[in-house]
Each structure stands twice: as C-alpha cells, then as structure tokens.
Design a protein around this ligand. Structure first.
Ligand code: MLC
Ligand code: AMP
Length: 501
C-alpha cells in the first residue's frame, strides 16, 4: 500500500515513455526517474532515515525535488515540505515541532541552516539545488545502490504538511498513504486523466495543490509532466501549445488574461484548465470563456483533505460554485453550534471520506476540536443547491488567501505586537486585483512607533514575504463589539478599495 509502489506499478510497461521534462534539464523517462528515485532513497537510508522519520525539505522546485519526494515515500519516511520563502525564524518552529531526522535545504542556505540544525539537535542537513548540485545530489552520483520499496499500511504516514488552520500556530496535517492514494485515484478518474495528457506544472511543490493534486494524477495514469520552476506568464504561454492540462490558482488565470497573446489558438490543444486554492471570481471565469471558448473547472479542497468537491468534467461548470462532492466524499452543513442547516441555507461545511487526514501532528486536543462526531469541520461557509452543487460563500475561520497562499492573521498580529511602540494590531485581507486578497494591518501605536516602512522591514526579517502586510495604517483604536472582539468586518469595509479590484 506504499503510495510510491502505485506510481511504480503505473509506470510498468511505460519504462521508455517520458515521465517528466523541465526547461534546461531535458526529458526523463520513467525508467530514468525511478532509477534516480531508487538511488536517492539509498542516500536517504545512508543518512540514517528510517521508516516513520520525518524528512523536512525546503528546496527550489526541480526534477530533483520531485524525486526526493518520491524517494522519501519509497523508504517509508514522512515527507514534510516547506515554502521556500520561510525565514529562519519560521523554520525553527517547524523543525522544533516535527523533530525531523533530516533537513534537505538549498545549497545557498547550508551555512545558516546547518547552524540552526546544530542548535536544535537535528542529526543531518543535506543540500539540493535546482540545477542538480548539492550534497544529496553528490551522494546520488556516487552510488549505484537502489533502496527497496518499504511496505506501508494504508494508515501509515506519508506526509506532514503544515497549515495555518483555524486557531493557534501552524500545525502539521498528518496524511497517510491511504489518504493520498484515495484522493489521487478519484481525481484521475473524475478528471478523465489520459496517457496522452501533458500536465503543464507551474505551481510550487511545497503545498498540496502542486505536490499531490497535480503530480499524483500524472504519476498514476502515467502521463508526462512539464515541470516549470514557477509560474511566469511568458513561459506558460510558450508551453501551452504542447500541453493538455493546467492546474492553477486564480492569480494564474488573471495574469494570463491580462496578456493579449493568451488566446483561443494558443489553447487549441488544451483539454482542461483547473482552478482552486482560492475563490475564482465569476468575472475571471466569464472573461476566460470569452477569450478561449473554454470553461475553467473550479474545484475546492484543503491541506487536511486534499480535494473535496469539483465541477464536472462533462456537464455544466457553474461560475462561483465549486461543484459536487467527490464520489467518495460525504458533506454536510452545520450551524456554529453543530445544528443542521435548513435546505439551501448557509452553514459550516463538514466532511468525511477516505481522503480526510487523521489529525494534527502531536496535537490531539486541537485535532479533537476540529472534528465533530467523526466529521472534519472545514471552517468554510458553504451552501448547497437542490442539485447538490456547493458554493463557498465565506470563511468561518480568520484566514487570508493571497495568490493561493494561506495567511493566518494572528501570526502577523503577534509579530506586530512584539515590535516596540506598537500596542495592538489587527490584520485583515482586502480585495486585490492580482492576488485576490492582500494583507493589510491596522496598528494602535504611540508617538514613538517606528513608522510603516520600518515596521514592514522588521516583519520581513521574521516572516516569509507573502505574509508581510502591503500596507500598515496607524489608527487611534480598533473597533470592538460589546464582547471586546475586534470587528474585522468593519475594518475590511472601510479599506475595501485600498487595492482597487
Ligand atoms: C509572492 N508574493 C506574494 C505571493 N507570492 N505576495 C502575496 N501573495 C502571494 N501569493 C510576493 C513575494 O513575497 C515578493 O514580495 C513578490 O511577491 C514577488 O515574489 P515572486 O515569488 O516573484 O511572486 P510570483 O512569482 O509573482 O508569485 C505569485 C504566484 C505564487 C501567485 C505565482 O504565489 C504562486 O505560485 N502561488 C500558488 C500558491 C499555491 O500553490 N497554493 C496552493 C496551496 S494548497 P517582495 O516584497 O519580497 O518583493 C491549497 C489547497 C487547495 O490551498 O485547495 O489547493
Ligand atoms: P489550505 O489550508 O492551504 O489547504 O487552504 C484551504 C482553504 O483554501 C480552504 O479551506 C478554503 O478556504 C480555500 N479554498 C480552496 N479552494 C477554494 C475554492 N475553489 N474556492 C474558495 N476557497 C477555496
């Protein structure tokens, strides 16, 4: 039941077919990819990695990154990807929490992170560069050994992916081999994956969207992956004619539409554009259809469960809705006290299914707090129409989604409140043309506060750039309700047009 074995089985008989291509790195056949995975797995074992050990990975996207992920699965260890934008302070938290056996980082951060590792009692730090350099790559070049595939049960952990969640600090969602395989097989089927599909892959592979949703479909079919290092309009426009499927966050589609070269002719070979991770505006959906003659397929999911709902491959894709629950996922809507919601009403979406994670790493109480009678409480507010279509209409959780990346206001407020001169703060998301939402902060501060520019600079030292507020406004007081709770909705209304959409 090792998920990797499923990929290996899928590749059997296709050894000489292309598994993955990347600009400047040529094409790798399935035989080459899995041979390299076997060698990488041997290097991991030589570094002391055993089944169940966490392997923390913060490297640039590359074919090597892909094979490292597969090698971690192969040896039965637990893959723990981290956003490349995370600062040392952020890494310190993740490493302290997950206690990995091994950290793999970019060669450029070797000095800084080896020192961090030593301070934290982390056994080994290896490096891996996007150009195939680094100590891990050196190890692979020096070995012919192939580590075997470690047998795993469906419930055994395959990955821990940190997510901001609804309360407290970031927590590690524990995903099993069974969770990941169930979701991948369902998506391959409902999206009609084909052996002649070419996946245009421009998402980062440190989050579930790019790592699991996109890659697993292509690895299970199997079908070729064009692995781009990141989303860039020019590169994606060039790659579209040779591709058939693109998965992206709404910002991808907004940026493509802003370029007049993006047109019907360029999309002639494409069969599917999929959007998710953040709400796709109906105007983007409509503009896309007008320009290309195709309708974006919007789906909805989250780290803890992979994909949950999807618009249909065949049938009506409705703008502003996220479609139907996946065939093996049950959904229900509940009021905040757990009471059922009347037909057509809005409620918190709760879900159950083989894709749903088992809990947060070493956080049984927080896990218990996010399940109700065996159902996972997503924190998203939804409604369901008579046909069963789901629309996400809001969030019960205090969360900002910017360019498909989740930002947890309380984390930023804590950093702001720790700065000299700042008494208290409120962080909100406001509409933004490119990112969907952008981060903005209100601070209550004395005359001696260092000013907006210095505050932003100080936050950049501590937090990944995408979390840093684009604007910091000094206010006399924060609006509060009778319970003393900050009324963020009032702040959002007041600043709705700060970054006009
Ligand atoms: C980068 N920046 C962002 C940002 N991404 N700011 C806000 N929101 C973002 N998403 C900032 C950087 O800090 C930097 O700021 C500046 O923008 C330029 O950085 P960049 O790396 O060159 O940005 P760019 O390449 O334009 O990236 C934008 C993007 C990228 C939208 C292409 O963020 C992206 O690929 N997002 C996808 C995220 C994703 O995979 N989400 C799925 C999560 S899983 P400065 O100040 O340093 O210059 C999930 C479940 C599900 O949600 O349902 O899928
Ligand atoms: P993450 O925790 O990064 O996995 O993000 C999951 C959250 O992204 C969900 O709980 C939703 O709030 C949001 N999300 C994902 N897909 C969509 C979508 N299609 N529409 C609206 N929100 C979405």
């Amino acid at each position: 039941m090792n998920l990797y074995q499923r990929f290996l089985d899928a590749a059997a008989g296709h050894e000489s077919g292309v598994a993955v291509r990347a600009p400047g790195r040529g094409a790798w056949t399935h035989a080459e990819l899995h041979g390299a995975v076997g060698r990488c797995a041997a290097v991991l074992q030589a570094a002391g990695v055993e089944p169940g050990d966490r392997v923390t990975v913060q490297v640039e996207k590359s074919i090597e990154n892909l094979l490292l992920y597969l090698a971690v699965l192969r040896v039965g260890a637990v893959y723990m990807p981290l956003n490349t934008a995370y600062t040392e302070a952020e890494l310190e938290y993740f490493i302290g929490d997950a206690e990995p056996r091994l950290l793999v980082c970019d060669p450029r951060r070797q000095g800084e992170l080896t020192a961090l590792g030593e301070r934290m009692g982390l056994a080994t730090v290896l490096t891996l560069g996007a150009d195939g350099t680094g100590t891990l790559a050196d190890g692979m070049a020096q070995t012919d050994a192939q580590a075997g595939v470690c047998p795993r049960e469906a419930d055994d952990l395959a990955a821990i992916v940190y997510t901001s969640g609804t309360t407290g600090r970031s927590k590690g969602a524990m995903l099993s081999h069974g969770n990941l395989f169930a979701n991948a097989a369902t998506l391959r089927d409902i999206w009609g994956w084909r052996a002649d599909d070419v996946l245009l892959h421009a998402l980062p592979i440190y989050h579930v969207h790019g790592l699991f949703v996109a890659l697993h479909c292509a690895l299970l079919e199997p079908s070729p992956i064009l692995l781009l290092p990141r989303f860039e309009v020019d590169t994606v426009l060039d790659a579209l004619p040779g591709s058939t499927v693109l998965m992206g966050v709404p910002t991808f589609y907004v940026r493509l539409l802003a370029d007049s070269r993006f047109d019907r002719a360029r999309c002639a070979g494409m069969r599917l554009f999929i959007s998710g991770s953040a709400p796709l505006l109906p105007e983007t959906f409509d503009a896309f259809e007008t320009r290309t003659g195709m309708r974006i397929l919007e789906r909805y999911g989250m780290t803890e469960a992979g994909m949950i709902t999807s618009n249909p491959l065949v049938g009506e894709r409705v703008a502003g809705t996220v479609g139907f629950p996946l065939p093996d996922v049950e959904v229900r809507l509940r009021g905040t006290e757990g009471e059922p919601v009347s037909a057509g009403g809005v409620g918190v979406l709760e879900i159950r299914g083989p894709n749903v994670f088992s809990g947060y790493w070493r956080q049984p109480e927080r896990t218990a707090g996010e399940f109700r009678d065996g159902w996972f409480v997503t924190g998203d507010l939804a409604e369901q129409d008579a046909e069963g279509r789901i629309s996400i209409v809001g969030r019960h959780k205090d969360l900002i989604i910017s360019g498909g990346l989740n930002i947890y206001p309380r984390e930023i407020e804590a950093e702001l409140n720790a700065l000299p001169g700042i008494d208290e703060s409120a962080v909100i998301g406001v509409p933004h043309a490119d990112f969907g939402e952008a981060v903005m902060a209100m601070v209550v501060a004395g005359e001696d506060w260092p000013g907006e520019t210095a505050v932003i600079a100080a936050l950049k030292q501590r937090l990944a750039g995408f979390k840093v507020p684009r604007k910091v406004v000094k206010v006399a007081a924060l609006p509060r309700n009778a319970m003393g709770k900050v009324q963020k909705n009032l702040l959002r209304d007041e600043h709705l047009h700060t970054f006009a959409r």
